[in-house]
Design a protein around this ligand. Sequence first.
Ligand SMILES: *[C@@H]1O[C@H](CO)[C@@H](O)[C@H](O)[C@H]1NC(C)=O
Ligand SMILES: *[C@@H]1O[C@H](CO)[C@@H](O)[C@H](O)[C@H]1NC(C)=O
Ligand SMILES: *[C@@H]1O[C@H](CO)[C@@H](O)[C@H](O)[C@H]1NC(C)=O
Ligand SMILES: *[C@@H]1O[C@H](CO)[C@@H](O)[C@H](O)[C@H]1NC(C)=O
Ligand SMILES: *[C@@H]1O[C@H](CO)[C@@H](O)[C@H](O)[C@H]1NC(C)=O
Ligand SMILES: [Cu+2]
Ligand SMILES: [Zn+2]
Length: 203
Amino acid sequence: MSIFAAVVWLSVVSCALVCSQETSKKPNLTTNENVTREAGCLLQDNVDYNGNLMFSGTIKLTQTSGAALTIEGNITGQATVGTNRKVERGFHVHRFGHIFESCNFSGSDFNPFNTKHGSITSQNRHVGDYGNIELMTKGTVSIKVTDNLSSLFGDNSILGRSLVIHEFEDDLGVKNTEESRTEGTSGRIVSCCVIALRDETKN
Ligand SMILES: *[C@@H]1O[C@H](CO)[C@@H](O)[C@H](O)[C@H]1NC(C)=O
Ligand SMILES: *[C@@H]1O[C@H](CO)[C@@H](O)[C@H](O)[C@H]1NC(C)=O
Ligand SMILES: *[C@@H]1O[C@H](CO)[C@@H](O)[C@H](O)[C@H]1NC(C)=O
Ligand SMILES: *[C@@H]1O[C@H](CO)[C@@H](O)[C@H](O)[C@H]1NC(C)=O
Ligand SMILES: *[C@@H]1O[C@H](CO)[C@@H](O)[C@H](O)[C@H]1NC(C)=O
Ligand SMILES: [Cu+2]
Ligand SMILES: [Zn+2]
């Protein structure tokens, strides 16, 4: 065997070993396998927001592959003025997850298909569009959102991205302005968190 043939043979054999191990580690995203993933998100104040109402809380995201994503949370309003009241607030997944210095670093709505802003039930929407959630300015509210488009699996994965609460109600993209078409005129970001995957072996 020539040196050249030996080298080719070695690369084929080592790739058969190493490459197949590599592929087997990758999840099969079209599998019907019943895999459940859980992620968490701990809401922090936006240091660059100077309004008087921010929100803290915990959010849990769960999904079995091929099924809808469920987002549940307990969110507490931290208003510094006024009485306790209900408010609607834009709730979106933004593109970037490195928000440690400021929620301002989260970018805009997660939009892998370059579509217009919409509601969670729109045909045309950003993957990150969850519409509005109803919160209390000084109390704790439990929220629950179910979505069939954003995912903890595959191309629409929101893992490592951020969840944000905006300062205004989301108009769901219905107005004929640039602000409405991109962020539903929901204004600045008051609170945000990074969507982080949980170790499924720890219960
Ligand atoms: C992924 O899973 C589907 C359904 O179980 C199967 O048809 C397909 O062959 C699998 N793909 C790979 C690369 O294993
Ligand atoms: C997947 O697992 C969940 C939780 O264990 C179970 O409720 C559900 O019936 C399973 N679905 C399938 C298709 O096996
Ligand atoms: C919300 O609070 C309820 C009641 O205390 C608790 O059972 C649940 O695990 C909490 N959920 C999250 C996401 O923190
Ligand atoms: C998600 O899909 C299921 C099953 O098709 C449907 O029942 C449910 O209404 C959908 N949810 C949303 C928020 O579109
Ligand atoms: C953060 O973004 C808001 C607009 O969304 C802006 O008003 C504020 O000045 C920004 N802060 C910094 C430090 O860039
Ligand atoms: Cu947004
Ligand atoms: Zn959007």
